[in-house]
Design a binder for this molecule. Structure first.
Ligand code: PLP
Ligand code: MG
Ligand code: MG
Length: 610
């Protein structure tokens, strides 16, 4: 699995004259977006986790980009005046851990080229195209096995000048090491050498393959004429191709599963793998660490994953984390709290229910009184009651429970990943979550984030459950780097992509996006004159439960179908006999979409006489 990309961006771009005097070439804009950012987005879409940019001329431009894309690292080639692309690659080399994609910074290209290299089974592969007539071509010769034999800008030195280097190459760690060694051992001779010429030298003893895509759409920008060609001829062609692989957009405003990005959907389309291979074990291991890190320190917490929906993660927690013969207290202030209690009863756990209003905040004093009144071993609560959008203040309640020595179990299924959380500070020992909802992966993986100290205590307990046993699942993976039972392989690849997207956006910014979408929604709700069940200050910003309008023409199914015809899916809600509909803003929702939705909401409500 390729995780890193290196972009060579040290050049001065002198052929672009005054345009690049005070700005690197990568910041040339097409359609208002710097070409380097267009390239970064494509790399992210293809599952690249880390992008190393080798800088030189006007390096601070790239350093500033790190603020926008936390997955970027920059390294400066201080000697950029006197070296060329190999000099810049050399300064990046120490950060490269494994095989990687190497790109030039002055390219625009069809994303499919990255996938061609990623899916090519061979190790070192240069992406090539047919003739472009673009000027400044680098021609490639290759033999009948597609192995590189020659690289030159000079047509006369090439046998068959029909193949051009694109500037996107897949390179193994071994070949990189050889490139760096060769360069450093011949600094005088090779000072101004380009990386492709170093590859050519190594190709004599190592198979370096050329993967030619005849009609590949791409452009390099070295001078003003090439820039014009890129803008007027190539860029429109790239956009046209992008349209061809867009997936129909359905905006899910139901309370999960939530709308996913196309990059996440496409991440499932990958090579088959037996999940007992070490490579898959590494993938699960990395996902485990990432899922933990969003809310805790990996030394203190760990994440245990199951092939299941969210309820599976709840069942794993409840049936594993209450000590044998232990007493459990559960807060029930909505459907999901009620479900936690039901699970406990199914396992014959001695359970007491603390009932609380479904729309008003919990009486914390009364709850503390309950903690004192009995010898409870464990306490369970839902963080965000998806039934109503009510956010329970677990950060206040759990530390109180801990004060009485009680194990804290939190259903964080519709909160974790959507808002900043720190499990230790919040006093949470166990928290359940899923691959979908806020993380924006595909449904199918339920997981529990566990305080290690509390988890290790379960080692000695008799198993109350089998498939969902937390400690057994943990132990098996630690010992074998394999999942106890068949994992949903493709769902894991999608989750990996969803995690990359989460790191790119950051949870803080994601919460801001949801909050802004929620603000847009509730402004419209108030303007229309509809009523929300929960007071604004107690809402999560992820779900808004709205009372059905009291007009004879209101019919949820008709309302649903109307919205669905515009690509929005909505969901009813039932609270006893109070009818509601719920609007979620979770997953890959954009401001434009929520604004569009509120316009339709106003129109529909107006039509039925609200
Ligand atoms: N808990 C909460 C708070 C939820 O919002 C949900 C789903 O909406 C669940 C549990 C159950 O998850 P699933 O339907 O994936 O089993
Ligand atoms: Mg060039
Ligand atoms: Mg160039």
């Amino acid at each position: 699995m390729i995780k890193q990309a290196v972009i060579l961006a040290g050049g001065m771009g002198t052929r672009l004259q005054e345009i690049t005097e005070k700005m690197p070439k990568g910041f040339l804009e097409i359609d208002g977006i710097p070409i380097i950012e267009q390239s970064i987005r494509k790399l992210i879409n293809c599952g690249i986790e880390e992008i190393i940019i080798g800088t030189g001329h006007c390096s601070d431009w790239y350093d500033n980009l790190v603020k926008k894309y936390p997955i970027i690292k920059t390294v400066k080639n201080e000697n950029y005046h006197n070296t060329s692309s190999m000099g810049t690659l050399e300064v990046c080399a120490s950060l490269i851990e494994n095989e990687f994609i190497l790109l030039e910074s002055d390219l625009i290209y069809d994303e499919i080229g990255l996938k061609v290299l990623i899916n090519d089974a061979r190790e070192n592969v240069i992406l090539a195209s047919g003739k472009t007539y673009s000027s400044d071509e680098v021609y490639l010769d290759f033999d009948e096995s597609n192995i590189l034999t020659n690289v030159s800008k000079n047509v006369d030195k090439i046998n068959n000048p029909n193949t051009e280097l694109v500037g996107i190459t897949k390179i193994s760690k071994d070949i990189l090491n050889q490139m760096v060694r060769l360069y450093n051992e011949n600094l005088d001779k090779y000072k101004k050498i380009d990386y492709e010429n170093v590859l050519q030298i190594l190709a004599k003893n190592n198979p370096i393959y050329v993967h030619k895509v005849n009609h590949y759409v791409w452009a390099e920008i070295d001078d003003k004429r090439m820039f014009e060609r890129a803008v007027n001829e190539i860029y429109p062609h790239i956009l046209e191709n992008e349209e061809l692989y867009k997936i129909k957009r359905e905006v899910l405003l139901n309370p999960g599963p939530s709308t996913t990005k196309d990059s996440v959907k496409y991440a499932q389309v990958c090579a088959d793998i037996c999940p007992r291979e070490l490579e898959f074990g590494d993938l699960m291991d990395n996902i485990e660490k990432d899922l933990t890190s969003f809310g805790a320190n990996c030394k203190e917490y760990t994440t245990i994953m199951f092939a299941s929906s969210g309820t599976g993660a709840d069942e794993a927690m409840i049936s594993s984390c209450v000590p044998p013969k232990g007493k459990l207290l559960v807060v029930d202030n909505g459907s999901y709290g009620s479900r936690l209690a039901q699970i406990a009863k199914t396992y014959n756990i001695d359970t007491t229910i603390f009932k609380s209003s479904t729309y008003e905040p919990i009486d914390i004093e009364a709850l503390e009184h309950e903690f004192q009144s009995e010898n409870y071993d464990a306490f369970a609560i839902v963080h965000h009651e998806t039934t109503t959008g009510l956010l329970n203040p677990v950060e206040i309640i759990c530390p109180i429970a801990k004060k009485y020595g009680i194990i804290t179990i939190v259903d964080a299924i519709s909160s974790y990943g959507g808002m900043p959380m720190n499990f230790k500070e919040m006093g949470i020992d166990f928290a359940s979550c899923t691959s979908n909802k806020h993380f924006g992966g595909m449904a199918g993986i339920g997981f529990v984030i566990c305080n290690r100290e509390e988890l290790y205590k379960q080692k000695k307990w008799p198993m109350r459950n089998y498939y969902f046993n937390l400690y057994d699942q943990y132990k098996y993976f630690i010992e074998t780097k394999q999942s106890r039972f068949t994992p949903p392989v493709q769902t894991f690849y999608a989750l990996r992509q969803a995690i990359i997207e989460t790191k790119v956006e950051t949870i803080e910014k994601r919460f801001e996006r949801f909050t802004e979408c929620w603000n847009i929604l509730i402004d419209a709700v108030k303007e229309i004159g509809l009523e929300m069940i929960v007071n604004e200050e107690n809402q999560s910003h992820f779900i808004t439960a709205i009372l059905n309008p009291n007009v004879p023409k209101y019919d949820f199914d008709e309302f649903h179908d109307y919205m669905k015809s515009f690509g929005f899916t909505i969901y009813p809600g039932k609270l006893g006999n109070i009818g509601t509909f719920r609007i979620a803003n979770m997953g890959d929702i954009t401001y434009d979409e929520i604004i569009m939705f509120t316009k339709l909401l106003k129109k529909y409500m107006n039509k039925i006489g609200v």
